[in-house]
Design a protein around this ligand. Structure first.
Ligand code: DX5
Ligand code: ZN
Length: 218
């Protein structure tokens, strides 16, 4: 089994001191930085784009994961790749043929991710799986941090795990939304590899290192 990767959601970071926050997260031993990029169209909320990743990239060795909650993501992947994203994740709901867009992401030297909202059928995954480096299963509706975990994702994780293993591929499963001390062991048991955590992580009483410790334990 792959080692669990911890990916704090930068939606919940302190925007007044982002650079310092990134240094603190690095010191706490996180694996990925998860950037929630929202366009106010595919989701109601509006956050940030490639310029923020670029500003934080210098001097930071962590894996930069751009979770694109934006319509027509193909128009923006080049900008995220140039900004220094290591992984670019597009939503299944925003593209008709994900395989081609995922292949373009890989062609830019980035890992390619495909995300599914909680209610989106997983049918499209099989046709695109060869082009995926990671699959993101949303465990809340995208758009906002602090929502309650949707337990139905557990069965979906198991299903995707089986599909990946049967295909003999090395693809990570990432879970995003409502991950805390209680839900982390559940998603790990179902087959998750990468845990995104916002509210729980950034509000942990024992700080970032304390949150990492709790989430890694399973
Ligand atoms: C929601 C985002 C998540 C979210 C996670 O659209 O994709 O990354 O910020 O935050 P919590 O852990 O609070 O659900
Ligand atoms: Zn996210």
């Amino acid at each position: 089994m792959t080692e669990i990767k911890i990916a704090p959601s930068m939606l919940c970071a302190d925007f007044r001191r982002l650079k310092e926050d990134v240094a603190d997260l690095t010191a706490a031993g996180v694996d990925w930085l998860h950037f929630d990029c929202m366009d106010g169209h595919f989701v109601g909320n509006l956050t940030y784009g490639p310029l923020v990743l670029e500003a934080l990239r210098e001097g930071c060795e962590l894996f930069f994961d751009a979770h694109l909650m934006i319509a027509e993501p193909a128009r923006h992947i080049r900008a995220f790749a140039d900004a220094g994203a290591d992984g670019i994740c597009i939503h299944r709901e925003t593209v008709d043929g994900p395989a081609a867009v995922l292949a373009r992401i890989r062609g830019m030297g980035c890992q390619a991710g495909l995300a599914f909202n909680p209610a989106t059928p997983l049918d499209g995954l099989e046709a695109a799986i060869e082009e995926c480096d990671y699959v993101l299963l949303m465990s809340v509706e995208p758009g906002y941090a602090g929502q309650e975990f949707i337990p139905a994702v557990l069965g979906r994780i198991e299903r995707v795990r089986k599909l990946i293993d049967q295909a003999g591929l090395e693809i990570l499963i990432q879970v995003d939304g409502g991950i805390d001390a209680e839900t982390a062991p559940q998603v790990i048991a179902a087959g998750a590899d990468v845990l995104v955590s916002g509210s729980f992580f950034f509000n942990h009483p024992d700080g970032y290192a304390g949150a990492v410790k709790v989430l890694r334990r399973n």
